[in-house]
Each structure stands twice: as structure tokens, then as C-alpha cells.
Design a protein around this ligand. Structure first.
Ligand SMILES: C[S@@+](CC[C@H](N)C(=O)[O-])C[C@H]1O[C@@H](n2cnc3c(N)ncnc32)[C@H](O)[C@@H]1O
Length: 285
């Protein structure tokens, strides 16, 4: 069993400044963004594109006007995915060098579709209310503490337009413990913990898909489509649980490990694998 942990303010500041230092040494290249695994980029984008296409064919699809790329780095996902599928895209990252490179990497053919390059840590960033159809968060949420992540989910919910969704694509551990990487100052969370955090932010996991075709040496990678739960229907029990989490310093909220539930429907979260599968074979609600 893992535990949600709120860390002391001093530790929190070090956690963010260490990550900033780490990324300041990383070259602004695809290999830099992917820790030496540039060759998985195309497969990653292919899996993400399939997920978005299915979403666009669902009953209440998001509009395709404005997306936000969180922890965008040099704009790999914006260039190869979001700018192709949305009219406009904003990028946010804590590293200005990466954003400068993003402008060049995205290139003159597409850069006019970029709205803003925001330089900010997600822990300090609030999307403009009601602006986005899709808020994409990939390989960055491990750089946020649990409470900052819940806070960022909450403000991202406010940043969505009607039918808008948050899409999370992250590594998950193969066991039920949180792993801290002191080198880049990030957490890798178990599947159950990510789902707990979604639920604490009143986000419904509408769809969960495992990315296939990545090297076995890497963590498993999951994509989640998250929709805001209508606050009117949130039970008072859940509100109490939220209040407890926000008030305590060390939170004892234990959660069950759900990492073995890849083939089940859980919390309204339709689970499936993606990669070798064609889009027609996957259920879309
Ligand atoms: C592993 S790279 C992923 C980049 C991009 N999402 C992709 O998949 O190509 C992580 C990115 O997160 C950014 N990052 C790290 N901590 C962050 C934070 N607290 N807020 C915003 N961005 C952060 C880094 O600067 C880096 O660009």
C-alpha cells in the first residue's frame, strides 16, 4: 500500500528547484526530452493520435479549437500531434530554453497556430478559465507533489470548455509503491495512486488505455481521458475526504492497488490496450 504524502514547504521548494536544475542541463532535443529514447517518439505519437481520434468520434466529443500542452518541452507533442488536430495550441513549460527551441522546432509552417508559450512551473500555473478543449499532460506530472497535482487538476478543470477533457499520459510503476527519482526530482506513481488523485480532484476517468510497443525496459505507460465530475453530484463523503487531504500534513489515505485491473471497467473507466489494435476494435462510448 502506498500513501499520499504532503511534503514540508522547504522540501517542496527543493523538489522543484532540483528538477529545474536537472532540466537546465538537458539538451533541447527529442533525445533530451525522452531521456535517450528518441526512437519511441513516433510510436508514442501514434498511440496518442489513435486515442484522440476515438475521442473525436465519441458521443460528446470536445471541440477541436484550442489545446494546451503541459510540460511541453521543445514542443514534440504540439508539433506532431496537437497542432495537426487543433486550430490553436498553447504550450507551458518551466524551462525557457526549451520553449525558445519549441518555436524553432515547430517551425514557420505551424508556429502561427501557437497562441502562447508560457514559461511557468505547473505548480504555479492556472489555465485561463473556459479556454481549452483538450489539456494534454504527458511525462510531467511526476514533477508535481500530490497536493500540487490535485490543485493543478482543479484549475485545469476550470480551464476546460464544455465537453472539454484532460488527457494524462504517464509512466506507472509495476508495483504499488511511489518511486522517487532523486536525479531528476520526480515521482513515478502506481496506477492506483494516479486514479486516487483523479478522484480527489473530482475527475472521472472516462477511458484508460495502455500504450503498447514500448521497450520492456521502460515503465508501463498509460493514457487517461478525464472529465470533470459535475460538482453537484459529488457526495458529501467525497467532500469530507478532500477536506481531510488538504488539511493534513501527512495524509494517511490508503488506497487499494488497482494495477491488476487492466481488463476491467472501474470507476466508469473503460480500460483497453492500444498499439497493435486498430481504432475500430476499441469501444467508444
Ligand atoms: C520528460 S520531458 C517531456 C516533454 C514533453 N511532454 C514530451 O513528452 O516530449 C519533461 C518536461 O517537463 C518539464 N517540467 C519539469 N518540471 C516541470 C514543472 N514543475 N512544471 C512544468 N514543466 C515541468 C521539463 O522542463 C521538460 O520539458
Amino acid at each position: 500500500m502506498a500513501t499520499l504524502v504532503e511534503i514540508e514547504e522547504v522540501t517542496r521548494r527543493d523538489f522543484y528547484s532540483n528538477a529545474k536544475d536537472y532540466w537546465s542541463e538537458v539538451p533541447p532535443t527529442i533525445d533530451g526530452m525522452l531521456g535517450g529514447f528518441a526512437f519511441i517518439s513516433q510510436r508514442d505519437i501514434k498511440g496518442s493520435r489513435l486515442l484522440l481520434k476515438q475521442l473525436f468520434h465519441s458521443v460528446k466529443p470536445p471541440d477541436r479549437k484550442f489545446a494546451l500542452d503541459c510540460g511541453a518541452g521543445i514542443g514534440r507533442i504540439s508539433k506532431h500531434l496537437l497542432l495537426d488536430l487543433f486550430e490553436k495550441v498553447d504550450l507551458v513549460d518551466q524551462n525557457q530554453t526549451f520553449l525558445n527551441q519549441a518555436e524553432k522546432y515547430i517551425g514557420p509552417g505551424l508556429v502561427h497556430k501557437v497562441g502562447n508559450f508560457y514559461c511557468s512551473g505547473l505548480q504555479d500555473f492556472e489555465p485561463n478559465p473556459g479556454k481549452y478543449d483538450v489539456i494534454w499532460m504527458q511525462w510531467v506530472l511526476g514533477h508535481l507533489t500530490d497536493s500540487d497535482l490535485i490543485k493543478f487538476f482543479e484549475s485545469s478543470k476550470k480551464g476546460l470548455k464544455p465537453n472539454g477533457v484532460i488527457i494524462v499520459k504517464e509512466n506507472v510503476t509495476s508495483h504499488d509503491k511511489v518511486e522517487l527519482d532523486e536525479k531528476d526530482s520526480s515521482f513515478t506513481r502506481p496506477l492506483g495512486m494516479l486514479k486516487k488523485l483523479f478522484s480527489l480532484a473530482n475527475l472521472e476517468c472516462y477511458r484508460q488505455v495502455k500504450q503498447h510497443d514500448f521497450p520492456n525496459s521502460l515503465y508501463s505507460v498509460y493514457m487517461f481521458i478525464l472529465k470533470p465530475i459535475d460538482e453537484k453530484f459529488v457526495t458529501s463523503e467525497k467532500n469530507n475526504q478532500n477536506a481531510e487531504i488538504k488539511e493534513s500534513t501527512v495524509v494517511e489515505a490508503q488506497y487499494a492497488d488497482e494495477s491488476n485491473e487492466e481488463t476491467s471497467i472501474h470507476h466508469n473507466c473503460i480500460t483497453s490496450d492500444i498499439g497493435n489494435t486498430s481504432s475500430d476494435e476499441l469501444p467508444v462510448s
